[in-house]
Write a protein that binds this ligand. Structure first.
Ligand code: ADP
Length: 303
């Protein structure tokens, strides 16, 4: 029975002058969206291509549900992938394009209509591909990747070229597919998008693993001091109390201030002890962007 795990073990890919992927190991779990993050040139596409056996590793291995993709008896049922916005014959309609792919894989036509519906392309199913926007091509790509009802979905930069509405739609779709128990692996350099989409992240730079784990843990595990945003009518008293406690406070615009070095409970306690009225008390979480920059510093050199 397929468990949907993607296991990357000590994977390396060397080209003539470049080590694109360098002894990389990580595991991607089913039932979750995993963001595969790294600066441009980090080795994301090469890794995804090795998982799908489109690029031969120099050493190491990658398996999906315990199988090398090329050994899968029914590859389209094991994993679907979009590595770039879909390409179809310009004069062909979306429905005909998918029917040809389905027929080649021994899948029924009914599956084509089901997937067009899933990605919201039913109204455009009979339009020719040449008139498709990039967003429609991305949707068609997902429909194609989903044709075999795969346990695992692998997408390389799927948000590229999508407008905000398209990105919101894609987020809902991918989260829904993960909730059904599927494995969803999405590469991106868009950190802000990954913070709202991904449950887990795998971060690489220069072909190597930087860190992996649940987004919450990685965002919360930064080395930076806690930051708390406050709003108070008793600013002078608060500034004194904060400085006495060894922390710093700076204006943050909009009448609010940010305290560095104390978390929200500590600031609340100080305010209570000093009889200081607070109108706002918020933990400022470091975002994935800050953590990412901190983690990849010096490793993101353009190669
Ligand atoms: P990412 O997807 O993270 O942007 P890539 O996997 O595309 O990174 O590329 C990683 C590195 O490997 C880059 O330096 C790139 O130039 C190099 N590379 C990728 N494919 C090839 C190839 N076919 N031949 C030579 N170098 C390559």
């Amino acid at each position: 029975m397929s468990n949907g795990q993607i296991v990357v073990s000590d994977l390396t890919k060397r080209y003539k002058n470049v080590t694109a992927v360098d002894h990389l190991s990580f595991v991607v779990e089913p039932g979750r969206v995993t963001g595969f993050l790294g600066p441009n040139g980090a080795g994301k596409t090469t890794t995804l291509r090795m998982i799908l056996n489109l690029v031969t590793p120099t050493s190491g291995s990658a398996t999906i549900s315990g199988l090398r993709y090329s050994d899968a008896p029914e590859p389209l049922r094991l994993a679907g992938a979009i590595l770039e916005a879909s390409a179809a014959h310009k004069g062909r309609t979306a429905r005909n394009h998918l029917r040809i792919v389905a027929a080649a894989a021994g899948l029924p036509d009914a599956q084509v209509d089901k997937m067009l519906e899933l990605v919201g392309l039913t109204p455009a199913a009979k339009r020719k591909f040449r008139g498709y926007s990039l967003g429609m091509k991305q949707r068609l790509g997902i429909a194609q990747a989903m044709l075999g009802d795969p346990q695992v979905l692998i997408l390389d930069e799927p948000a590229n070229g999508l407008d905000p509405e398209g990105i919101r739609w894609m987020r809902g779709l991918l989260k829904g597919l993960a909730q059904q128990g599927r494995t969803v692996l999405v590469s991106s350099h868009l950190l802000s998008e990954m913070e709202v989409l991904a449950d887990d992240v795998v971060i690489i730079a220069a072909g190597r693993l930087v860190t992996q784990g649940p987004v919450e843990q990685i965002v919360g595990g930064g080395t930076s001091a806690p930051r708390t945003r406050v709003r108070t009518p008793n600013l002078t008293e608060l500034v004194t109390a904060v400085r006495t406690a060894g922390a710093t406070i700076q204006p943050n615009g909009n009448d609010s201030h940010v305290i560095t070095g104390l978390d929200a409970p500590a600031v609340g306690r100080l305010a209570l002890q000093g009889g200081i009225e607070l109108h706002e008390l918020v933990n400022e979480r470091p975002d994935l962007e800050h953590v990412f920059l901190e983690l990849t510093q010096g490793k993101a050199a353009i190669r």
